[in-house]
Design a binder for this molecule. Sequence first.
Ligand SMILES: [Zn+2]
Length: 434
Amino acid sequence: MHVTIHRGTHEIGGNCIEIATDHSRIILDIGMPLFNKNREPHDSGTLRRQSTEQLRQSGVLPHVPGLFDDSNPRPDAILLSHAHEDHTGLLGHSHPDIPIYASVGTSKMMLAGAKFAGQPALPRERQRELTSGQPAQIGEFTITPYSVDHSIYGGQAFLIEAAGKTVLYSGDLRLHGRKPGMHRALVDAMKPRNIDILLMEGTHIGHPNHRGPNEYDLEDQIAESIQSAPGLVLASFSPQHVDRLVGFLRATKKTGRMFVADAYTAFVMHLIASETRIPRPESTEWVKVFFPKYFEESYRRKQLENHFVLMSPARIGIKEIRSNPSRYVMLFRPSMLDSDFGGRLPDGSRCLYSRWSGYLDRPDWQVVKDALAKVNGDLIEAHTSGHIFYDDIIDLVGRVNAKMVVPIHTFEPEKFKQFSSKVKLLADRELWTF
Ligand SMILES: [Zn+2]
């Protein structure tokens, strides 16, 4: 078996891994990088707009024969571990004849992301379904996906078997989400196997002393912050992060307020209502749906007429929210400040910020902070990481007990050597045969 990590051995984001036997090749993730060579964050909007040729010339497109060009043989498949853009972002540049394997959850998050957030689409004719625990045959490979907990719905790790060898690719995952059963099931499934290689995400490997709350403790914190808020609560989180959405929904219900989803969040809730216990926004008494101006202006163009009609009975407007702000917890993004609130938030508004803290330094969040200060409001961070904490990495790596551990999705792969003697460090594009 041959493994080439085209990108991700020494950085967070932009994963692209090729695994090959003599007759088959598969690609694990096809991500847009998050950082440039100097570790400065890329502007995702700029990269999204660039042509295949521009991305090839700047080196953003990894050189993988047949993946982004017409040459033969092409890879047999692209497998997506989850729908984050640093794992899917280059999909639109890949050859249209290559099938794409992903969970139903991932395909739903990609649909929502494509309709509402400018993220890459998953073309239906290329889509193949991966169901947790059920092996799929791709050329010489047997792939068994396992659901994992991450900051987006539908994430999977992949067990890959061929040529008498076994590889486990973690994707992005964590052990402190709402479903601890998931990682126990993964560990149990690995026990009887002799895993040769664990490709393990190490986002937090450089932060041994950092440990945030789990999603349940975070839900309690959110409920307390809602309880003590004097006015409107603005909730800032990614609707695709369904664990977090559930936390906000439960905290809202506990405090007797109403949850106001925006059109995007309502779309996600509707998509997954049948397979989760998420309330249906169109028919749940304590859930309302807000149509931001941009949605009203774009829903026809984006072919979201059905969504507009379906959610209309639950619709709430800004006037109604302003007339009794302390009744609501409302999904919020900075663009709403001007376009929907006319630049002025209700008095005493509290923003519960539930994303990576780095975004708070951006200009749009500075403006929100100023707007909150003007009305005697405040901003409280209520967040925990979507990635596995240091201690949990050690725990999981120990339990999987692979013969070799290859770090990925980290700036500090060498730190894996602090706790394991079986670490193999690869360089980007290095061909490793084992
Ligand atoms: Zn991710």
